[in-house]
Design a protein around this ligand. Structure first.
Ligand SMILES: Cc1cc2nc3c(=O)[nH]c(=O)nc-3n(C[C@H](O)[C@H](O)[C@H](O)COP(=O)(O)OP(=O)(O)OC[C@H]3O[C@@H](n4cnc5c(N)ncnc54)[C@H](O)[C@@H]3O)c2cc1C
Ligand SMILES: *[C@@H]1O[C@H](CO)[C@@H](O)[C@H](O)[C@H]1NC(C)=O
Ligand SMILES: *[C@@H]1O[C@H](CO)[C@@H](O)[C@H](O)[C@H]1NC(C)=O
Ligand SMILES: *[C@@H]1O[C@H](CO)[C@@H](O)[C@H](O)[C@H]1NC(C)=O
Length: 371
Protein backbone atom coordinates (compact mmCIF):
# COMPACT_ATOMS: atom_id res chain seq x y z
CA UNK A 1 0.00 0.00 0.00
CA UNK A 2 1.46 3.37 -1.05
CA UNK A 3 1.19 6.49 1.12
CA UNK A 4 -0.21 8.32 -1.89
CA UNK A 5 -3.01 5.77 -2.50
CA UNK A 6 -6.39 7.42 -2.70
CA UNK A 7 -8.34 6.05 0.26
CA UNK A 8 -12.11 6.48 0.34
CA UNK A 9 -13.85 5.87 3.68
CA UNK A 10 -17.63 5.41 3.51
CA UNK A 11 -19.15 6.47 6.85
CA UNK A 12 -18.09 9.15 9.34
CA UNK A 13 -19.07 7.32 12.52
CA UNK A 14 -16.63 6.05 15.12
CA UNK A 15 -15.29 3.27 12.89
CA UNK A 16 -14.80 5.41 9.77
CA UNK A 17 -13.32 8.44 11.53
CA UNK A 18 -10.97 6.31 13.62
CA UNK A 19 -9.75 4.50 10.50
CA UNK A 20 -9.21 7.80 8.63
CA UNK A 21 -7.44 9.34 11.63
CA UNK A 22 -5.12 6.38 12.12
CA UNK A 23 -4.23 6.19 8.40
CA UNK A 24 -3.53 9.94 8.33
CA UNK A 25 -1.29 9.55 11.40
CA UNK A 26 0.61 6.84 9.54
CA UNK A 27 1.27 9.22 6.66
CA UNK A 28 -1.43 8.42 4.09
CA UNK A 29 -2.15 11.76 2.50
CA UNK A 30 -5.10 11.26 0.16
CA UNK A 31 -8.02 10.26 2.38
CA UNK A 32 -11.63 11.25 1.73
CA UNK A 33 -14.49 10.44 4.10
CA UNK A 34 -18.03 10.28 2.66
CA UNK A 35 -21.21 10.52 4.70
CA UNK A 36 -24.92 11.24 4.37
CA UNK A 37 -24.54 14.14 6.78
CA UNK A 38 -21.82 16.28 8.33
CA UNK A 39 -20.39 14.52 11.41
CA UNK A 40 -21.55 14.25 14.16
CA UNK A 41 -24.28 12.54 12.10
CA UNK A 42 -27.60 12.99 13.96
CA UNK A 43 -28.87 9.42 13.50
CA UNK A 44 -25.46 7.71 13.48
CA UNK A 45 -24.95 5.03 16.14
CA UNK A 46 -21.83 6.81 17.35
CA UNK A 47 -23.69 10.00 18.22
CA UNK A 48 -25.74 10.86 21.30
CA UNK A 49 -25.32 12.56 24.67
CA UNK A 50 -23.51 9.51 26.04
CA UNK A 51 -21.88 6.12 25.51
CA UNK A 52 -20.56 3.78 28.19
CA UNK A 53 -16.80 3.28 28.38
CA UNK A 54 -16.07 -0.09 30.00
CA UNK A 55 -13.70 -2.99 29.64
CA UNK A 56 -15.90 -5.67 31.17
CA UNK A 57 -15.90 -8.20 28.37
CA UNK A 58 -15.72 -11.98 28.69
CA UNK A 59 -13.38 -12.29 25.71
CA UNK A 60 -9.77 -11.40 26.49
CA UNK A 61 -9.06 -9.75 23.10
CA UNK A 62 -11.91 -7.26 23.57
CA UNK A 63 -11.09 -6.78 27.23
CA UNK A 64 -7.52 -5.75 26.43
CA UNK A 65 -8.58 -3.45 23.60
CA UNK A 66 -11.23 -1.82 25.79
CA UNK A 67 -8.83 -1.52 28.73
CA UNK A 68 -6.31 0.34 26.54
CA UNK A 69 -9.13 2.62 25.42
CA UNK A 70 -10.29 3.18 29.01
CA UNK A 71 -6.75 4.16 30.00
CA UNK A 72 -6.74 6.81 27.28
CA UNK A 73 -10.25 8.11 27.98
CA UNK A 74 -9.52 8.45 31.67
CA UNK A 75 -6.00 9.90 31.46
CA UNK A 76 -5.45 11.95 28.30
CA UNK A 77 -6.08 15.69 28.81
CA UNK A 78 -7.93 15.92 25.47
CA UNK A 79 -10.80 13.84 26.90
CA UNK A 80 -11.12 15.82 30.15
CA UNK A 81 -14.38 17.53 29.19
CA UNK A 82 -15.71 14.51 27.32
CA UNK A 83 -15.14 11.59 29.68
CA UNK A 84 -16.78 11.26 33.11
CA UNK A 85 -15.62 8.50 35.42
CA UNK A 86 -18.37 6.40 36.99
CA UNK A 87 -18.53 3.00 38.65
CA UNK A 88 -20.21 0.23 36.66
CA UNK A 89 -22.51 -2.37 38.19
CA UNK A 90 -23.22 -5.55 36.25
CA UNK A 91 -26.18 -7.54 37.48
CA UNK A 92 -28.35 -10.40 36.39
CA UNK A 93 -30.85 -12.86 37.80
CA UNK A 94 -29.68 -16.24 38.95
CA UNK A 95 -32.64 -17.94 37.23
CA UNK A 96 -31.82 -16.41 33.83
CA UNK A 97 -28.86 -18.28 32.37
CA UNK A 98 -27.78 -15.69 29.78
CA UNK A 99 -27.12 -12.80 32.13
CA UNK A 100 -25.52 -14.95 34.80
CA UNK A 101 -23.10 -16.59 32.38
CA UNK A 102 -22.11 -13.16 31.00
CA UNK A 103 -21.17 -12.06 34.51
CA UNK A 104 -19.24 -15.26 35.18
CA UNK A 105 -17.24 -14.83 31.98
CA UNK A 106 -16.47 -11.16 32.67
CA UNK A 107 -15.28 -11.72 36.21
CA UNK A 108 -13.13 -14.67 35.10
CA UNK A 109 -11.55 -12.55 32.36
CA UNK A 110 -10.89 -9.64 34.76
CA UNK A 111 -9.34 -11.97 37.33
CA UNK A 112 -7.11 -13.49 34.65
CA UNK A 113 -5.77 -9.98 33.89
CA UNK A 114 -5.54 -9.09 37.62
CA UNK A 115 -7.97 -6.24 37.19
CA UNK A 116 -9.94 -5.42 40.34
CA UNK A 117 -13.69 -6.03 40.73
CA UNK A 118 -15.94 -6.46 43.77
CA UNK A 119 -18.64 -9.08 44.10
CA UNK A 120 -22.06 -7.87 45.30
CA UNK A 121 -23.58 -10.73 47.35
CA UNK A 122 -27.13 -9.47 47.11
CA UNK A 123 -29.25 -6.45 46.20
CA UNK A 124 -28.71 -5.07 49.73
CA UNK A 125 -24.96 -4.98 49.18
CA UNK A 126 -25.42 -3.01 45.95
CA UNK A 127 -27.76 -0.56 47.67
CA UNK A 128 -25.41 -0.06 50.61
CA UNK A 129 -22.55 0.68 48.28
CA UNK A 130 -24.58 3.01 46.03
CA UNK A 131 -27.34 4.49 48.16
CA UNK A 132 -28.88 6.22 45.16
CA UNK A 133 -30.22 2.87 43.99
CA UNK A 134 -33.54 3.30 45.76
CA UNK A 135 -35.40 0.45 44.03
CA UNK A 136 -35.70 -3.23 44.89
CA UNK A 137 -33.18 -4.30 42.21
CA UNK A 138 -33.72 -8.05 42.10
CA UNK A 139 -34.21 -9.81 45.38
CA UNK A 140 -34.05 -12.74 45.57
CA UNK A 141 -32.06 -13.97 42.61
CA UNK A 142 -29.60 -11.07 42.40
CA UNK A 143 -26.13 -11.80 41.10
CA UNK A 144 -23.68 -9.06 40.35
CA UNK A 145 -20.40 -7.26 40.79
CA UNK A 146 -19.04 -3.76 40.50
CA UNK A 147 -16.05 -2.32 38.68
CA UNK A 148 -14.85 1.09 39.87
CA UNK A 149 -12.88 1.63 36.66
CA UNK A 150 -15.44 2.68 34.05
CA UNK A 151 -17.28 5.78 32.89
CA UNK A 152 -19.08 7.38 30.02
CA UNK A 153 -18.21 9.71 27.18
CA UNK A 154 -20.25 12.54 25.72
CA UNK A 155 -20.42 10.87 22.31
CA UNK A 156 -21.46 14.00 20.38
CA UNK A 157 -18.42 15.88 21.69
CA UNK A 158 -16.11 12.92 21.16
CA UNK A 159 -17.10 12.55 17.51
CA UNK A 160 -16.79 16.32 16.92
CA UNK A 161 -13.27 16.23 18.33
CA UNK A 162 -12.31 13.21 16.25
CA UNK A 163 -13.66 14.92 13.11
CA UNK A 164 -11.56 18.01 13.87
CA UNK A 165 -8.49 15.83 14.51
CA UNK A 166 -9.06 14.25 11.07
CA UNK A 167 -9.27 17.68 9.44
CA UNK A 168 -6.08 18.79 11.21
CA UNK A 169 -4.32 15.78 9.69
CA UNK A 170 -5.50 16.61 6.17
CA UNK A 171 -8.47 14.28 5.77
CA UNK A 172 -11.16 15.55 3.34
CA UNK A 173 -14.92 15.22 3.81
CA UNK A 174 -17.85 15.07 1.40
CA UNK A 175 -21.33 15.19 2.95
CA UNK A 176 -24.94 15.28 1.82
CA UNK A 177 -26.10 13.85 -1.50
CA UNK A 178 -22.60 13.92 -2.96
CA UNK A 179 -21.38 11.97 0.06
CA UNK A 180 -24.21 9.42 0.11
CA UNK A 181 -22.95 6.23 -1.51
CA UNK A 182 -25.47 4.11 -3.40
CA UNK A 183 -23.14 1.61 -5.05
CA UNK A 184 -19.65 0.82 -6.34
CA UNK A 185 -18.18 0.75 -9.86
CA UNK A 186 -15.87 -2.21 -10.37
CA UNK A 187 -13.50 -3.40 -13.09
CA UNK A 188 -13.24 -6.93 -14.45
CA UNK A 189 -10.78 -7.88 -11.68
CA UNK A 190 -13.28 -7.21 -8.87
CA UNK A 191 -11.48 -4.00 -7.94
CA UNK A 192 -13.65 -1.08 -6.96
CA UNK A 193 -12.73 2.00 -8.97
CA UNK A 194 -15.25 4.46 -7.63
CA UNK A 195 -18.11 4.92 -5.21
CA UNK A 196 -21.32 6.07 -6.88
CA UNK A 197 -23.29 8.69 -4.94
CA UNK A 198 -26.88 9.93 -4.79
CA UNK A 199 -25.72 13.05 -6.65
CA UNK A 200 -24.60 10.67 -9.44
CA UNK A 201 -20.96 11.63 -8.89
CA UNK A 202 -18.21 9.04 -8.95
CA UNK A 203 -15.68 9.28 -6.12
CA UNK A 204 -12.61 7.50 -7.42
CA UNK A 205 -10.17 5.67 -5.20
CA UNK A 206 -7.51 2.99 -4.94
CA UNK A 207 -8.70 1.59 -1.60
CA UNK A 208 -12.13 1.69 -0.02
CA UNK A 209 -13.17 1.27 3.59
CA UNK A 210 -16.82 0.52 4.28
CA UNK A 211 -17.68 1.85 7.73
CA UNK A 212 -21.36 2.58 7.19
CA UNK A 213 -22.54 0.96 10.44
CA UNK A 214 -26.09 -0.37 10.28
CA UNK A 215 -26.39 0.84 6.68
CA UNK A 216 -23.42 -1.21 5.42
CA UNK A 217 -25.34 -4.39 4.61
CA UNK A 218 -27.57 -2.44 2.22
CA UNK A 219 -24.49 -1.44 0.17
CA UNK A 220 -22.69 -4.77 -0.26
CA UNK A 221 -23.78 -8.33 0.60
CA UNK A 222 -23.01 -9.35 4.18
CA UNK A 223 -23.96 -13.00 3.65
CA UNK A 224 -25.84 -13.26 6.91
CA UNK A 225 -22.96 -11.99 9.04
CA UNK A 226 -24.76 -8.87 10.33
CA UNK A 227 -28.31 -7.81 11.10
CA UNK A 228 -29.34 -4.19 11.59
CA UNK A 229 -31.82 -3.69 14.42
CA UNK A 230 -33.23 -0.55 16.03
CA UNK A 231 -32.85 -0.41 19.82
CA UNK A 232 -34.92 1.62 22.25
CA UNK A 233 -33.50 4.59 24.15
CA UNK A 234 -35.42 6.72 26.70
CA UNK A 235 -34.60 10.06 28.36
CA UNK A 236 -36.17 11.44 31.53
CA UNK A 237 -35.69 15.07 32.49
CA UNK A 238 -34.46 15.71 36.04
CA UNK A 239 -34.94 18.75 38.26
CA UNK A 240 -31.88 20.63 39.54
CA UNK A 241 -32.39 18.99 42.96
CA UNK A 242 -32.56 15.53 41.43
CA UNK A 243 -29.44 16.28 39.40
CA UNK A 244 -27.62 17.07 42.63
CA UNK A 245 -29.01 14.05 44.48
CA UNK A 246 -28.31 11.57 41.65
CA UNK A 247 -24.97 12.94 40.49
CA UNK A 248 -23.15 9.85 41.78
CA UNK A 249 -25.60 7.36 40.28
CA UNK A 250 -23.59 4.42 38.92
CA UNK A 251 -23.99 2.88 35.49
CA UNK A 252 -26.24 -0.12 36.16
CA UNK A 253 -26.84 -2.91 33.66
CA UNK A 254 -29.18 -5.82 34.11
CA UNK A 255 -27.75 -8.41 31.75
CA UNK A 256 -30.86 -10.58 32.05
CA UNK A 257 -32.85 -7.94 30.19
CA UNK A 258 -30.12 -5.72 28.71
CA UNK A 259 -31.54 -2.62 30.46
CA UNK A 260 -28.92 -0.03 31.43
CA UNK A 261 -28.71 3.59 32.50
CA UNK A 262 -26.19 6.41 32.35
CA UNK A 263 -25.43 8.85 35.15
CA UNK A 264 -27.29 12.16 34.65
CA UNK A 265 -25.98 14.31 31.79
CA UNK A 266 -25.24 17.77 33.22
CA UNK A 267 -25.86 20.04 30.25
CA UNK A 268 -29.17 18.50 29.17
CA UNK A 269 -30.31 17.39 32.69
CA UNK A 270 -31.35 14.10 31.11
CA UNK A 271 -31.20 10.68 32.69
CA UNK A 272 -30.77 8.26 29.83
CA UNK A 273 -31.54 4.56 29.66
CA UNK A 274 -31.32 2.02 26.86
CA UNK A 275 -31.79 -1.66 26.17
CA UNK A 276 -28.90 -3.81 25.01
CA UNK A 277 -31.04 -6.61 23.62
CA UNK A 278 -33.41 -7.54 20.83
CA UNK A 279 -34.48 -4.71 18.56
CA UNK A 280 -36.74 -3.93 15.63
CA UNK A 281 -35.92 -4.58 11.99
CA UNK A 282 -36.96 -2.21 9.18
CA UNK A 283 -37.41 -3.21 5.53
CA UNK A 284 -36.15 -0.62 3.03
CA UNK A 285 -38.76 1.62 1.40
CA UNK A 286 -39.67 0.93 -2.23
CA UNK A 287 -37.51 3.87 -3.32
CA UNK A 288 -34.52 2.77 -1.19
CA UNK A 289 -34.82 -0.73 -2.66
CA UNK A 290 -34.48 0.72 -6.15
CA UNK A 291 -31.58 3.04 -5.29
CA UNK A 292 -29.62 0.55 -3.21
CA UNK A 293 -30.65 -2.64 -4.96
CA UNK A 294 -30.86 -4.42 -1.58
CA UNK A 295 -33.62 -5.88 0.53
CA UNK A 296 -32.25 -6.21 4.06
CA UNK A 297 -33.17 -4.46 7.33
CA UNK A 298 -31.68 -0.98 7.24
CA UNK A 299 -32.07 2.49 8.76
CA UNK A 300 -33.56 5.19 6.50
CA UNK A 301 -31.11 6.38 3.83
CA UNK A 302 -32.09 10.05 4.10
CA UNK A 303 -30.33 11.75 7.00
CA UNK A 304 -32.70 13.58 9.38
CA UNK A 305 -31.93 16.84 11.22
CA UNK A 306 -32.13 14.96 14.51
CA UNK A 307 -32.97 11.49 15.71
CA UNK A 308 -36.78 11.19 15.63
CA UNK A 309 -38.65 11.30 18.95
CA UNK A 310 -40.26 7.94 18.25
CA UNK A 311 -40.32 4.30 19.31
CA UNK A 312 -42.99 1.66 18.57
CA UNK A 313 -45.77 1.74 21.19
CA UNK A 314 -44.59 -1.35 23.09
CA UNK A 315 -41.03 -0.04 23.01
CA UNK A 316 -41.63 2.30 25.96
CA UNK A 317 -42.44 -0.48 28.42
CA UNK A 318 -38.99 -2.06 28.73
CA UNK A 319 -37.08 1.12 29.59
CA UNK A 320 -39.74 2.01 32.14
CA UNK A 321 -39.65 -1.41 33.83
CA UNK A 322 -35.90 -1.15 34.24
CA UNK A 323 -36.18 2.34 35.71
CA UNK A 324 -38.69 1.04 38.29
CA UNK A 325 -36.12 -1.53 39.43
CA UNK A 326 -33.45 1.02 40.30
CA UNK A 327 -35.29 4.37 40.76
CA UNK A 328 -39.01 3.71 41.39
CA UNK A 329 -39.57 7.38 42.34
CA UNK A 330 -39.01 8.25 38.65
CA UNK A 331 -40.87 5.32 37.11
CA UNK A 332 -44.06 7.26 36.33
CA UNK A 333 -42.38 10.34 34.89
CA UNK A 334 -43.12 10.82 31.18
CA UNK A 335 -40.14 10.43 28.91
CA UNK A 336 -38.73 13.76 27.76
CA UNK A 337 -38.00 11.91 24.55
CA UNK A 338 -37.54 8.41 23.20
CA UNK A 339 -35.53 7.27 20.20
CA UNK A 340 -34.35 4.34 18.15
CA UNK A 341 -30.64 3.78 17.76
CA UNK A 342 -29.22 1.25 15.31
CA UNK A 343 -27.16 -1.79 16.25
CA UNK A 344 -25.25 -3.87 13.69
CA UNK A 345 -25.47 -7.26 15.36
CA UNK A 346 -23.28 -10.16 14.34
CA UNK A 347 -24.07 -13.77 15.34
CA UNK A 348 -21.16 -13.96 17.82
CA UNK A 349 -21.15 -10.29 18.84
CA UNK A 350 -17.71 -9.92 17.22
CA UNK A 351 -16.76 -6.91 15.11
CA UNK A 352 -16.38 -7.45 11.35
CA UNK A 353 -12.88 -6.30 10.31
CA UNK A 354 -11.74 -7.80 7.03
CA UNK A 355 -11.54 -7.48 3.27
CA UNK A 356 -14.82 -8.15 1.54
CA UNK A 357 -14.83 -11.51 -0.29
CA UNK A 358 -16.34 -9.99 -3.47
CA UNK A 359 -14.07 -6.93 -3.83
CA UNK A 360 -10.28 -7.00 -3.62
CA UNK A 361 -9.82 -3.42 -2.41
CA UNK A 362 -12.79 -3.06 -0.05
CA UNK A 363 -12.10 -3.34 3.67
CA UNK A 364 -15.13 -3.65 5.94
CA UNK A 365 -15.05 -2.13 9.44
CA UNK A 366 -18.28 -2.69 11.30
CA UNK A 367 -20.43 -5.11 13.22
CA UNK A 368 -20.37 -2.81 16.27
CA UNK A 369 -22.98 -5.07 17.89
CA UNK A 370 -23.84 -2.47 20.48
CA UNK A 371 -20.49 -3.00 22.19
C1 LIG B 1 -28.66 2.70 21.77
C2 LIG B 1 -27.20 2.36 21.62
C3 LIG B 1 -26.41 2.35 22.74
C4 LIG B 1 -25.07 2.02 22.63
N1 LIG B 1 -24.33 2.08 23.76
C5 LIG B 1 -23.01 1.91 23.67
C6 LIG B 1 -22.21 2.16 24.79
O1 LIG B 1 -22.72 2.60 25.83
N2 LIG B 1 -20.88 1.96 24.69
C7 LIG B 1 -20.31 1.52 23.53
O2 LIG B 1 -19.09 1.35 23.48
N3 LIG B 1 -21.06 1.29 22.43
C8 LIG B 1 -22.39 1.48 22.48
N4 LIG B 1 -23.15 1.31 21.36
C9 LIG B 1 -22.52 0.79 20.14
C10 LIG B 1 -21.74 1.82 19.38
O3 LIG B 1 -22.43 3.06 19.42
C11 LIG B 1 -21.56 1.35 17.94
O4 LIG B 1 -20.93 0.08 17.92
C12 LIG B 1 -20.71 2.31 17.12
O5 LIG B 1 -21.13 3.63 17.29
C13 LIG B 1 -20.78 1.95 15.66
O6 LIG B 1 -20.05 2.89 14.91
P1 LIG B 1 -20.07 2.89 13.35
O7 LIG B 1 -19.07 3.89 12.94
O8 LIG B 1 -19.96 1.50 12.84
O9 LIG B 1 -21.56 3.33 12.97
P2 LIG B 1 -22.22 4.79 12.79
O10 LIG B 1 -21.82 5.72 13.84
O11 LIG B 1 -23.69 4.56 12.59
O12 LIG B 1 -21.57 5.32 11.46
C14 LIG B 1 -21.96 4.91 10.19
C15 LIG B 1 -21.99 6.14 9.32
O13 LIG B 1 -22.16 5.73 7.97
C16 LIG B 1 -22.94 6.70 7.34
N5 LIG B 1 -23.57 6.10 6.18
C17 LIG B 1 -24.54 5.18 6.16
N6 LIG B 1 -24.90 4.87 4.92
C18 LIG B 1 -24.15 5.64 4.11
C19 LIG B 1 -24.08 5.78 2.71
N7 LIG B 1 -24.87 5.06 1.92
N8 LIG B 1 -23.19 6.67 2.21
C20 LIG B 1 -22.39 7.40 3.03
N9 LIG B 1 -22.42 7.29 4.37
C21 LIG B 1 -23.29 6.42 4.90
C22 LIG B 1 -23.97 7.08 8.38
O14 LIG B 1 -24.54 8.33 8.09
C23 LIG B 1 -23.14 7.08 9.65
O15 LIG B 1 -22.64 8.34 9.98
C24 LIG B 1 -24.50 1.66 21.39
C25 LIG B 1 -25.28 1.69 20.26
C26 LIG B 1 -26.61 2.05 20.35
C27 LIG B 1 -27.44 2.09 19.10
C1 LIG C 1 -5.65 12.67 -4.41
O1 LIG C 1 -5.03 12.16 -5.56
C2 LIG C 1 -5.65 12.58 -6.78
C3 LIG C 1 -5.01 11.85 -7.92
O2 LIG C 1 -3.61 11.86 -7.85
C4 LIG C 1 -5.56 14.09 -6.91
O3 LIG C 1 -6.21 14.53 -8.08
C5 LIG C 1 -6.24 14.71 -5.72
O4 LIG C 1 -6.09 16.10 -5.73
C6 LIG C 1 -5.61 14.17 -4.43
N1 LIG C 1 -6.40 14.66 -3.30
C7 LIG C 1 -5.85 15.08 -2.18
C8 LIG C 1 -6.80 15.50 -1.10
O5 LIG C 1 -4.66 15.09 -1.99
C1 LIG D 1 -27.91 9.77 46.68
O1 LIG D 1 -26.63 10.37 46.79
C2 LIG D 1 -26.61 11.67 47.31
C3 LIG D 1 -25.17 12.11 47.44
O2 LIG D 1 -24.45 11.81 46.28
C4 LIG D 1 -27.33 11.76 48.64
O3 LIG D 1 -27.45 13.12 48.99
C5 LIG D 1 -28.71 11.11 48.55
O4 LIG D 1 -29.33 11.11 49.80
C6 LIG D 1 -28.55 9.71 48.04
N1 LIG D 1 -29.74 8.87 48.20
C7 LIG D 1 -30.86 8.86 47.48
C8 LIG D 1 -31.90 7.85 47.88
O5 LIG D 1 -31.07 9.58 46.56
C1 LIG E 1 -33.56 -7.64 35.68
O1 LIG E 1 -34.78 -7.42 34.99
C2 LIG E 1 -35.79 -8.39 35.24
C3 LIG E 1 -36.98 -8.06 34.35
O2 LIG E 1 -37.43 -6.74 34.53
C4 LIG E 1 -36.18 -8.33 36.69
O3 LIG E 1 -37.14 -9.34 36.97
C5 LIG E 1 -34.95 -8.53 37.54
O4 LIG E 1 -35.30 -8.37 38.88
C6 LIG E 1 -33.83 -7.58 37.17
N1 LIG E 1 -32.61 -7.93 37.87
C7 LIG E 1 -31.76 -7.07 38.36
C8 LIG E 1 -30.58 -7.67 39.02
O5 LIG E 1 -31.91 -5.85 38.31
Amino acid sequence: MKKSDRIVVVGAGLFGLTAAHQLALEGYDNITVLDRHVPPVPDGSSVDISRVIRFDYGDDAYLRMAYDAYEKWSKLPKYKDIFSPSPFILTANSDRPFGRSYIEKCTAALTERRLPWKPLEDAGAAKRMYNNLSGPLASPGFVGYTNAQAGWADAHKAISQLRDDCIDFGVSFISGRAGTVVGFETNSESQIQAARTLAMDLVKGDRFILAAGAWASSLVPFYGSALSTAQVVGYVELTHDEMERLKNLPIYINFSTGWFNFPPHKESRLLKMAIHGWGYTRPPSTQEKVVLNADVSTPPLKAPRERANFVPKDGEDRPREGLAEILPELADRPFERVALCWYTDTPSGDFVMDYHPDYKNLFVAGGGSGQ
